[in-house]
Design a protein around this ligand. Structure first.
Ligand code: GLP
Length: 294
């Protein structure tokens, strides 16, 4: 009986994901390939362009729900959004946020906890009410119950309007390491060795890097109404090419975004350097102003 109900709930998850894949782009949007690829000359340009995307969402819906990422990639975006707030161009007083992930075992005061990262680099610079901020807890005593609660909260607030994403050098989004099910939900995850090695630069000693994390699942992420993938630097070029132009596979969890109806990838030229269709992506952007509206 238990197995049966677990099976039904799994099927329900899968059907939610497939319906997310299949729904049409919002009216008024231009026809574009499933993933729109925007290549910027510099990281600064990329961050300004990504910030304009966030601003468009907030201007259209002041109580929008944002999914947020950590890491060095979105830092410039957060700085630009904070600047826009200070200039009076953005208001976060009705915005709700959900962070993708958190290290297990780090208290919120730890300088490398994602809680600390988000407050230092973004939240303390804008006017978001603290109770609208959601970050997975890396110190809960009941991970299963916490993950279920996190998923429920996302649904209660109407789902994520715009999900910001970076990408790991192994193609992961959130902490959905290679092999993660494309229908996975928020859960505990064991980090892969390359991720631990990548993130060791932020810790005093390599052995200080946590081995476990709590992360939104791929299924959770791709239920967001829009996704915005950001990547810069040569180190991300292979992962980006695999995610955008390779097969959809759990081995590169960012590739699930190919099936999402409204994903934009903002890249700098280095991150875009291994894309085979680069000329076409540039051509699409060039011809965008004249494209028919759907
Ligand atoms: C971690 C985070 C991801 C992030 C990735 C890349 O694994 N969980 O959300 O995208 O790092 O980080 P960076 O932007 O520093 O390269």
């Amino acid at each position: 009986m238990l197995l049966e109900s677990q099976g039904i709930s799994h099927l329900r998850h899968c059907s939610r994901i497939w319906s997310a894949f299949l729904h049409a782009p919002a009216p008024g949007r231009i026809l574009s390939p499933i993933m729109e690829v925007i290549i910027c000359n510099t990281y600064e340009e990329l961050c300004r362009a990504a910030a304009r995307e966030v601003a468009d969402v907030l201007n259209a819906k002041p109580n929008a729900v944002l999914g947020l990422a950590t890491g060095s990639t979105p830092l410039g975006l957060y700085q630009e959004l904070a600047r826009m707030y200070k200039r009076g161009e953005l208001d976060f007083s009705h915005v709700t946020t959900f962070n993708l992930d958190e290290y297990v075992g780090l208290p919120i005061t730890h300088p490398q906890s994602y809680y600390h990262f988000m407050h230092e680099n973004f939240f303390k610079h804008i006017n978001i009410p603290p109770h609208n901020i959601h970050i997975p807890s890396g110190t809960t005593t009941n991970y299963r119950a916490f993950c279920e609660w996190y998923e429920k909260r996302i649904v209660e607030v109407g789902g994520i309007d715009l999900q910001i994403l970076g990408i790991g050098s192994d193609g992961h989004i959130g902490f959905n390491e290679p092999g993660s099910s494309l229908s996975s939900r928020t859960r505990l995850k064991t980090l892969a060795r390359p991720t631990i090695e990548d993130n060791a630069r932020f810790f005093d000693k390599p052995q200080d890097v946590p081995i476990y994390a709590i992360t939104m699942g791929v299924g959770t992420i791709i239920e967001a109404k829009q996704c915005l993938l950001m990547a810069n630097g040569k180190k991300k070029a292979r992962a980006i090419a695999a995610a955008i132009e390779g097969p959809v596979t759990s081995m590169i969890t960012a590739s699930a975004l190919q099936l999402h109806p409204e994903t934009k990838a903002y890249l700098d030229t280095e991150a875009a350097s291994e894309l085979q269709m680069r000329d076409y992506y540039d051509w699409i952007q060039l011809k965008k102003p004249g494209a028919p509206r759907v």
